[in-house]
Design a protein around this ligand. Structure first.
Ligand code: ADP
Ligand code: MG
Length: 626
C-alpha cells in the first residue's frame, strides 16, 4: 500500500481552524474588537449589517500595520504578541494564538486597510477564502479598518446554521458589551443597519456600565473591592432587591478578559444566599486580577474558559468580598424576600437636601366601603408620618386601588362549593358550640390566613391567593381585549439598552393590546403613556424589564403564552404582599374570591396557595381516639 498521509493545504487547515474560532458573526466581532484593543486604539467603531451576516466592519485608530505585517497577519500562527513558549504564561494582550485573522479570512471576503502612524501611505489587501485577491498602496487614516463581508460564503452548512438576525445580533451585542466593559477608557460605537445602537465615550467603569445597561443601573450597583496576595478583586454587584428572575448580566473578567466560570458564579450566588430567592440571579461585573502565571487561558480556542492554579482560594476570597460589600452597604442578611422591602441606599448628591421619608395614609379609607362613603381615593390624604424603612408605598396604594376594582367586579360566589361547605360547616359548628355565627378568619404572621372549613383547617398564603385571583381576572380581560388603559398624567420615559430596545419593538403591539400604551421615543427610549388598570406606575418599569428578560430567554412566544405572561406579571406586581396586615373583612373577601377562581390551589407560577389540615390529622396528632 502506498503512503496516504499528507499535509493539509493551508486554506483547508484554516477553514478547519475557523470552525473553532468563528462559530457565528459574533465570534468574528469579538476577535476584531480584541485586535483593535491590542493595537492600542482609543476609539473603536463597529459597523454591522444584517446581524453580521453580510457585513462586519471594525475601525480603530491604533498602531496600524506595516505592509509586510498587513500581509503576514492572515497567516496561521502569525502573531506579534508572543514569540517564545514562556510568553504564554505572561500574557497581557487579548490575542496571542495568531489564528483569528487566518480563520476569518478562510471563510469570508475580507478587506484590510492599515497604516502606521509614522508612514504616509497605508496598505490595502483583499483576501477571500484564504486567497489574496488584491494588494495595493493606498492613502488612508492611521490605524486599521477590517471589513468582513459575507461570512461563511464558502461554508454553506455554517451559513444555514445561523440563527435569525435577532438572535445573532444579540450575540454580537453580548460580545460588544463584554469587550467594552473591559475598556471603559476606550470610546466605542456600534451601528447596526445604519442605526446607532451604542455610543460609549471614554469614561469610568461605573459610567460605562450605566452607559451600556441603562441609567437605572446607577442606584443598583454596590462596589466590591478586595486586595490579597493571590487575587485582587474589584467591580460591582447588584443590590439583592434588584436580582433578576433570569440569568441576565453576569460578567467575570480575569486580567481584563471575559470568562465563563460556573465555579466562581457559585461563589457569588453563595454570597447572596438568604438575600435573594432561589430562582433569582444577581447581576455582577466582577474583575479579578491575578499574576498571569497563576492562570492558564490557553485551554479553549475562544479563550472564555481558564484554569486557576488555586481555584478554591479564589472562590473563598470572592465570596467573602461580596458578603463584605453587601454587609457594608447595610443590606441585612435575613430579609424575607416575599415582603418586597426596598431600601434606598443611594448616597445623597452633594448639596442635596435630605428628606425624611414619608408615607401617606388615609385613615378613613376602607376598601370595602363604597366610594361615596369612604370619600374616594386610597392615598390622597395629606396625612404624613415618618417611618424607618421605606416599604413600597405604591405597592400598598396599588393594592388598595385594586381592591376597589375587585370589589366592583366581585363575582357572586354564594353558589360555589366551598362556600356552601363552609356555611354548612358553620351550621354544624354552631350546633356544636353555639358560639360561632360567622366564619372566622385569622391572620398569621401577616402572611397566612387561617380559617375553618367543614373537614378541618385551611391555611392560605395571602400573597399567592391574591396573585391567583388577579391572574385569572387579568387573563380573562386580556383574552376578551377588555383590559382598560389608564392614561398617565406624566408619561414615563424609559431608557433601554440597545438590544432591549430592539427587542421591545417586536412586542410593542402585543403590549398595547393588553392595556399598555407605549410608543417609541427616539434613540433607545420608549415612552409609556398609559398602563393597564391595576398596574401601578411605580411598577411599570419593573414589569417591562421582567418582560424583556422573559422574552430574551423564552423560546415559546405564542400569543397565548404571551398573554399568560403578561397576566402573571401584572398579577404579581399588583397583588397584596406577604407582610401586609389584613382586616378580617379583607380576608373574607379574598377567601371568597379565591374559591371563585378556576384553579385556587396554585399560584400563577405553580406554587401552592392552600394547605389543608384535616380534622382527622389533628385528632391523630393530639392522640385523640374517635
Ligand atoms: P493574535 O491576535 O492572536 O495575535 P490575530 O490573527 O488576531 O492573532 O492577529 C494577527 C496579528 O495581526 C496580531 O498579532 C497583530 O500583530 C496584527 N493585527 C491584527 N489586528 C490588528 C489591528 N487592528 N491593528 C494592528 N495590528 C493588528
Ligand atoms: Mg487577535
Amino acid at each position: 500500500m502506498s503512503d496516504i498521509i499528507k499535509l493539509l493545504p493551508d486554506n483547508v487547515a484554516n477553514q478547519i481552524a475557523a470552525g473553532e474560532v468563528v462559530q457565528r458573526p459574533a465570534s468574528a466581532v469579538k476577535e476584531l474588537l480584541e485586535n483593535a484593543i491590542d493595537a492600542g486604539g482609543t476609539r473603536i467603531d463597529l459597523i454591522v449589517k444584517d446581524a453580521g451576516k453580510t457585513l462586519i466592519q471594525v475601525v480603530d485608530n491604533g498602531s496600524g500595520m506595516t505592509e509586510t505585517d498587513a500581509r503576514m497577519c492572515f497567516e496561521r500562527h502569525a502573531t506579534s504578541k508572543i514569540s517564545t513558549s514562556a510568553d504564554i504564561f505572561a500574557i497581557r494582550t487579548k490575542g496571542f494564538r495568531g489564528e483569528a485573522l487566518a480563520s476569518i479570512a478562510a471563510i469570508a471576503q475580507v478587506e484590510l486597510q492599515s497604516k502606521t502612524h509614522d508612514s504616509d501611505l497605508g496598505t490595502s489587501i483583499i483576501i477571500e477564502g484564504s486567497e489574496i485577491k488584491e494588494q495595493e498602496v493606498v492613502a488612508c487614516a492611521s490605524g486599521t479598518k477590517f471589513t468582513v463581508k459575507n461570512l461563511f460564503f464558502n461554508v454553506p452548512a455554517r451559513r444555514n446554521f445561523l440563527k435569525s438576525d435577532n438572535v445573532e445580533l444579540r450575540h454580537i451585542v453580548n460580545e460588544f458589551e463584554r469587550v467594552t466593559l473591559t475598556h471603559p477608557d476606550i470610546h466605542f460605537t456600534f451601528h447596526h443597519n445604519g442605526n446607532e445602537l451604542f455610543n460609549l465615550p471614554s469614561t469610568t467603569l461605573r459610567q460605562r456600565i450605566i452607559g451600556a445597561f441603562g441609567k437605572r443601573m446607577n442606584e443598583r450597583l454596590v462596589p466590591i473591592e478586595q486586595e490579597t496576595p493571590v487575587v485582587n478583586i474589584s467591580g460591582y454587584v447588584i443590590k439583592p432587591e434588584n436580582a433578576k428572575r433570569t440569568r441576565g448580566e453576569q460578567f467575570f473578567f480575569v486580567n481584563n478578559r471575559f470568562i465563563k466560570s460556573t465555579y466562581l458564579n457559585h461563589a457569588v450566588k453563595a454570597a447572596y444566599k438568604d438575600l435573594i430567592a432561589k430562582d433569582q440571579y444577581p447581576t455582577y461585573f466582577i474583575y479579578l486580577e491575578v499574576a498571569p502565571d497563576f492562570i492558564d487561558i490557553n485551554i479553549h480556542p475562544t479563550k472564555t474558559e481558564i484554569k486557576f492554579e488555586d481555584e478554591r482560594t479564589v472562590y473563598a476570597i470572592l465570596n467573602s468580598a461580596i458578603k463584605n460589600s453587601l454587609g457594608k452597604y447595610n443590606i441585612a442578611p435575613s430579609l424575607d424576600f416575599e415582603q418586597n422591602v426596598t431600601f434606598d441606599i443611594s448616597m445623597p448628591k452633594p448639596g442635596q437636601e435630605i428628606k425624611m421619608p414619608t408615607i401617606s395614609i388615609d385613615e378613613n379609607y376602607n376598601p370595602f366601603k363604597s366610594k361615596s362613603v369612604s370619600g374616594g381615593g386610597g392615598t390622597s390624604s395629606s396625612f404624613k408620618m415618618p417611618k424607618a424603612v421605606s416599604f413600597e408605598e405604591d405597592e400598598v396604594s396599588a393594592n388598595l386601588d385594586f381592591l376597589d376594582v375587585i370589589k366592583e367586579s366581585t363575582i357572586n360566589v354564594k353558589d360555589a362549593d366551598i362556600f356552601t361547605e363552609s356555611e354548612t360547616l358553620e351550621q354544624n359548628w354552631n350546633e356544636e358550640t353555639k358560639v360561632e355565627t360567622k366564619q372566622k378568619f385569622y391572620q398569621l404572621h401577616n402572611k397566612y390566613i387561617l380559617t375553618q372549613v367543614r373537614s378541618g383547617l385551611l391555611i392560605i398564603d395571602q400573597q399567592r391567593a391574591h396573585q391567583r385571583i388577579l391572574f385569572e381576572q387579568f387573563l380573562s380581560k386580556i383574552e376578551e381585549r377588555k383590559i382598560e388603559t389608564q392614561r398617565l398624567l406624566f408619561p414615563l420615559q424609559i431608557e433601554l439598552n440597545a438590544s432591549d430596545f430592539a427587542l421591545i419593538q417586536d412586542v410593542l403591539e402585543d403590549m398595547n393590546n393588553v392595556g399598555f400604551d407605549i410608543a417609541v421615543f427616539g434613540q433607545n427610549t420608549i415612552v409609556i403613556n398609559g398602563l393597564p388598570i391595576g398596574v401601578s406606575e411605580s411598577k411599570a418599569e419593573q414589569i417591562i424589564e421582567r418582560l424583556l428578560e422573559e422574552l430574551k430567554h423564552s423560546t415559546n412566544q405564542t400569543a397565548a403564552n404571551y398573554q399568560q405572561k403578561m397576566a402573571m406579571f401584572m398579577a404579581n406586581s399588583a397583588s397584596i404582599k406577604s407582610g401586609r396586615k389584613m382586616e378580617e373583612e379583607e380576608m373574607e373577601h379574598l377567601f371568597n374570591e379565591l374559591f371563585a377562581c378556576q384553579s385556587p390551589d396554585y399560584s400563577p407560577s405553580g406554587k401552592p396557595v392552600i394547605i389543608k389540615m384535616e380534622e382527622d390529622e389533628l385528632d391523630q396528632r393530639f392522640e385523640r381516639r374517635k
